[in-house]
Design a protein around this ligand. Structure first.
Ligand code: ADP
Length: 259
C-alpha cells in the first residue's frame, strides 16, 4: 500500500507542529522516521493512521483519502503500535494479541481456530509465547512492547506504523525485533514506518529515511545518504563521522559538537 501526504499541516492549540508537509511512502518500503524530540514524528504517524484530522492537506492510502475509510477498513490496512502501550489490565498477553483479530470478526462471532493459530505464530515470532498468560502489570516494559508488536502482526495489515518499537528493549531484543521486521518487510512486502532514535540501527535496518525538522521534511531518500554528517549536525546538533568497512559507511561515530 502506498501512503501519500499532500501539503499536510497540523497544530495543537499551543503550537503548529507540521507545516505544508508532502511526502510519499512507497509500497513495501521500510522507512525510518527520524528527527529531534518534539519535531512531530508521533503526530505524523497519528495523521497517517487517521487518528488525527489534518488542518490542511490530506493523507491518501492507495490514492484514497484516509478519512473515507471506515474504522474497520482502516484496521484491516494499518496496524499502529503506540509509543506507550495502552492496555487493559484485565486481559492476558494472549487475549491482547487476539484483539488484533477484531477487524476480521463478525458481530457475535467467536474467534476461529485460524485466529488462534495466527496469535500463536505472532507470539512465537516476537518471542512472547511464554508470556501468554501474563497480565500487563506482570510484564516488563520491553515484554509489553513485544506483545503489542505481536498484536500488530496478528492484525495482518499491509501497513505497519511503529512509534519507537525498540526504545524499551535491551540490545539483543532490539536486533531481534528489527531483524523480524526486516524479514516481514522483505517476505510480505509490508510498508513499514518506524520512529527510531538510534542512527546506527536505522542505517542498518531501514533502507529509506524521512528526516523531520522545523515542521517539514528535511530529507527524504536513502538512509545511507540521509544520515550525512551535515544532516545530523543540522537536525540533532551532533558531530557524526562515518566509519567505513568494505568501502561502505556502516557505522556512525557520534559526539556532541563542542567536544
Ligand atoms: P515527536 O514524536 O517527534 O517527539 P510529537 O508529535 O509527539 O513529537 O509532538 C510534537 C509537538 O506537539 C511537541 O511539541 C509536543 O509537545 C506537542 N504535542 C504533542 N501532542 C500534543 C497534544 N495532545 N496536545 C498539545 N500538544 C501536543
Amino acid at each position: 500500500m502506498t501512503i501519500e501526504l499532500k501539503d499536510l499541516s497540523y497544530g495543537y492549540t499551543q503550537r503548529r507542529v507540521l507545516e505544508g508537509l508532502s511526502v510519499r511512502f512507497e509500497r513495501g518500503g521500510m522507512y525510518a522516521v527520524m528527527g529531534a524530540n518534539g519535531c512531530g514524528k508521533t503526530t505524523l504517524l497519528r495523521l497517517v493512521a487517521g487518528l488525527l484530522t489534518p488542518e490542511r492537506g490530506e493523507v491518501l492510502l492507495d490514492g484514497q483519502s484516509v478519512g473515507s475509510y471506515t474504522a474497520r477498513e482502516l484496521a484491516q490496512r494499518m496496524a499502529f503500535v503506540r509509543q506507550y502501550p495502552q492496555t487493559d489490565f484485565e486481559f492476558s498477553a494472549f487475549e491482547t494479541v487476539l484483539m488484533g483479530r477484531n477487524p476480521y470478526q463478525r458481530r457475535l462471532q467467536n474467534e476461529s481456530q485460524e485466529d488462534w493459530d495466527i496469535v500463536e505464530r505472532c507470539m512465537k515470532q516476537t518471542n512472547t509465547w511464554h508470556l501468554r498468560f501474563a497480565k500487563p502489570n506482570q510484564m516488563s516494559g520491553g515484554e509489553l512492547q513485544r506483545v503489542m508488536l505481536a498484536r500488530a502482526l496478528a492484525q495482518e495489515t499491509p501497513v505497519m506504523l511503529l512509534d519507537e518499537p525498540v526504545s524499551n528493549l535491551d540490545i539483543a531484543h532490539q536486533f531481534e525485533i528489527l531483524e523480524l521486521l526486516r524479514t516481514i518487510n522483505r517476505e510480505e512486502h509490508k510498508t513499514i514506518l518506524i520512529v527510531i532514535h538510534d542512527l546506527n540501527m536505522a542505517l542498518r535496518y531501514c533502507p529509506q529515511l524521512v528526516l523531520l525538522h522545523k515542521g517539514g521534511i528535511h530529507y527524504h531518500g536513502t538512509t545511507e545518504q540521509g544520515l550525512s554528517p551535515e544532516n545530523i549536525r543540522t537536525v540533532f546538533n551532533i558531530h557524526a563521522e562515518p566509519v567505513m568497512a568494505d568501502g561502505e559507511p556502516t557505522l556512525l561515530r557520534l559526539r556532541p559538537l563542542e567536544l
